[in-house]
Design a protein around this ligand. Structure first.
Ligand SMILES: [Zn+2]
Length: 415
């Protein structure tokens, strides 16, 4: 019997000696006593192999649960007299030094935390919230430290506000080998705040960056210009459009104050349908939008201009895109839409960077998507009170680290 259990357990160099069961609250605990088959000990400090060990203590660590039982492995841990390091505790392949769970269980917990709340993982595996979080955070830190950063030539930077006043910058690789990925989150959005990122990214890789995508914030611009020689700055569509939507919303508010009570009911609460892309407004919302646009010619004009502005990003040539922009500005002339003037000045000032898109077709939607995902995580998880963990969770959700892969070994016949 213990033979087949040894095989099922599949830990090389160890055999199952005995099994005991006990109760722990709602859970049933199974303790599996295992012992080693060879006199082989690895120094926990340097990895040197020693043939003698000094018995040190009995350890019990939690392993993957088996049937309806929480499962624990119990074994003797030894110390070695290492020729290089002296008397040290031995290292074992199935658990990490200070951990109370096996490597296999911590891998599973890390995977489960991608798709479940930490609380649910804790209940499911019989672990307390603190342990689940500690396992998840450590794995995330390890993945973040070891992730590959090669093959990137375009970076995008964006900012996000966390709990009121605090602001973080988020940096994405837009053309990495695994598709667009969020790679870094740091505090602040000033030029000097980004220095830490460049150090982490490395001067060799920094030199290879050809395009920087950003909003019209000066701090980001200066930092990218200072670190990447010959970089092309591209202003992100999502941020340009945001400024236009702000202007349109100002027109709406002005109309709200200008026209009589009759139309007030029509205008209030219509911010969302007015600012959405027309193609996404359907059914009842579309009807009420039409009604609203018929009632206010000024708003209709402003809305029409907002819709047509998107064409700017459909051009393949800068010359034609520029012509389109001049026409768009022209059609604004007789509308007396003062709220759009500031927007026009801003686009004129940054036109080169906006039209850079014609030469560099990058997945610009990615930055907007990242921003939305990050906001969601922050809203849900502000209770973490652990900024480092929250940053890592956002990076995970916006990169290839998010894929759920609970089983890495399907069949195991080690003996
Ligand atoms: Zn050693």
């Amino acid at each position: 019997m213990t033979n087949s259990l040894t095989q099922l357990l599949g830990i090389q160099g160890f055999v199952v000696k005995a099994i005991t069961q006990e109760r722990q609250g709602l859970y049933s605990r199974v303790i599996v006593d295992i012992s080693r088959t060879q006199q082989k000990f690895i120094c926990g400090e340097c990895g040197h192999e020693c043939s003698t060990g000094i018995e040190y203590r009995t350890r019990e660590i939690q392993h993957l649960s088996c049937w309806q039982h929480l499962t624990f492995l119990r074994f003797k841990q030894y110390r070695v007299k290492c020729p290089c390091c002296g008397l040290k505790v031995e290292a074992l392949p199935f658990f990490e030094r200070y951990s109370r769970v096996s490597v296999m269980l911590s891998n599973l917990v890390y995977q489960l935390c991608k798709v479940m709340t930490n609380k649910a993982v804790g209940i499911f595996q019989g672990l307390d919230d603190g342990t689940v979080k500690a396992i998840d955070k450590e794995k995330l830190q390890e993945k973040q430290t070891n992730r590959s950063l090669d093959g990137i030539s375009a970076l995008g930077v964006d900012e996000i506000f966390v709990g009121g006043k605090q602001c973080w910058h988020m940096i994405s690789a837009l053309d990495g080998p695994r598709g667009p990925e969020l790679i870094y989150i740091g505090k602040g959005r000033k030029e000097k705040n980004l220095n830490k990122f460049w150090r982490w990214f490395g001067p060799q890789r920094t030199k290879l960056i050809k395009v920087g995508v950003m909003d019209m914030w000066k701090g980001f611009f200066n930092s990218f210009k200072a670190h990447c020689p010959g970089i092309v700055i591209l202003y992100d569509k999502f941020h340009v459009i945001t400024h236009l939507l702000d202007a349109l919303n100002k027109v709406r508010r002005q109309e709200l104050g200008r026209i009589g009570k009759r139309l007030k009911g029509l205008l209030t609460g219509k911010k969302f349908v007015l600012l959405s892309r027309l193609a996404h407004v359907r059914g009842k919302a579309r009807e009420s939008l039409n009604e609203l646009l018929c009632a206010s010619p000024r708003l209709r004009k402003a809305h029409l201009l907002k819709e047509s502005f998107n064409h700017l990003w459909s051009y393949k040539s800068k010359t034609w895109a520029k012509k389109f922009w001049l026409l768009w500005k022209d059609s604004l002339k007789w509308t007396r839409l003062k709220q759009y003037d500031r927007f026009v000045r801003m686009v004129d000032k940054h036109l080169d960077g906006i039209l850079s898109y014609c030469d560099h077709k990058l997945p610009l939607g990615f930055i907007e998507g990242t921003n939305l995902k990050a906001k969601n995580i922050i809203r849900r998880a502000y209770g973490y009170r652990d900024d480092e963990y929250m940053k890592l969770k956002i990076i995970q959700a916006c990169s290839s680290l998010r894929f759920f892969q609970p089983w890495t070994v399907a069949f195991n016949n080690s003996e």
